[in-house]
Write a protein that binds this ligand. Structure first.
Ligand SMILES: [Zn+2]
Length: 204
């Protein structure tokens, strides 16, 4: 039997297997970039443009896109629509690359069967008025798992490892998978490829 190439730690192996399952489901090949927007519909998540969100006062809107813009990345609304779908709002100021990671995390929550444990308001206390969009929060372990699985689905270990050994830069790898450079660096670190990456960059 062919041995699947997985990251070294047990926790990462598990995350990677979930991520590979998601990639398989999406029908993407080993080195192909995954499109979370195409996967979202299978998780019954409807991505809604921030401008279309109702119930936000002009001040809240300004706050969320101004002073508080770094404090939220997006999330799924708590209450499903009558047809069972849930709305996801992404921070339009964060750009597509970060939005893809945020959406992928929400998709992972659904596919991993996470149950939200409490209500959270998008943004911080006073930044959002009454009747603002509510998002569900998950417990810490579920948050970690969903983020990690989402990131692994976007930047799978096997392809990442090959690219690292081929001395590709994190920014090149990021462009290939259409994610942020930070996400690629995070993946290189958590999968224990950082030393190889540094060695390859020194030899570049
Ligand atoms: Zn989450």
């Amino acid at each position: 039997m062919n041995n699947l190439l997985l990251p070294p730690t047990e926790k990462r192996k598990q995350y990677e297997l979930h991520a590979l399952g998601l990639r398989d489901f999406a029908g993407v090949r080993e080195f192909e970039a995954l499109d979370p927007f195409a996967l979202a519909e299978f998780a019954k998540l409807m991505v809604v443009d921030f401008d279309q969100v109702e119930g936000l006062s002009p001040e809240s809107r300004r706050q969320l896109l101004g002073p508080a813009v770094a404090e939220w990345s997006g999330g799924a609304c708590s209450r499903p629509l009558p047809n069972g779908w849930r709305i996801v709002i992404l921070n339009p100021a964060h750009g597509t690359h970060r939005n893809r990671a945020t959406l992928m995390e929400e998709i992972s929550h659904v596919f991993l069967g996470h149950q939200p444990n409490r209500l959270a308001v998008i943004g911080r206390d006073r930044t959002v008025g009454e009747g603002a969009a509510l998002a569900r929060d998950y417990n810490r372990a579920d948050e970690e798992a969903a983020y990690a699985v989402g990131a692994a689905a976007l930047v799978p270990y096997c392809a990442l490892r090959r690219m690292v050994f081929d001395a590709r830069t994190a920014s090149k790898i990021a462009r290939h998978f259409r994610v942020s450079q930070q996400l690629v660096e995070y993946r290189i670190k958590v999968t224990h490829l950082w030393a190889d990456y540094k060695r390859a960059s020194a030899a570049r």
